[in-house]
Design a protein around this ligand. Sequence first.
Ligand SMILES: [Zn+2]
Length: 106
Amino acid sequence: MKKKILKDVKIICEPPQRRWGGFNGLEDEAIFYEKWVKEFEEFIRDHRSQDPVYLNVEREYKECCEFCEEEWETSDDSCPLCCQKAVDEFETNRRPTPTHLRGDNN
Ligand SMILES: [Zn+2]
């Protein structure tokens, strides 16, 4: 049976811009926050009774298909499950390169 264990503890900080939005994609948003946390660290350091606080922006990635952008899942033999393009690519790469087309001279 599955059980839930505490793996890690993180502190989440939400700058106001998080709610305002207006970013040109997630990467743009991440870059903005990386700059913002540095400025916020400086701001906190100016409050002399406060020990330094270090803030980090953590990007969370997932593996997805380059063609259909669905989450990357494969069958037991590593064949992708999401779309035909991914399956075609897998089949192409699985086929061994014919000997006369190989670059090596072994
Ligand atoms: Zn796909």
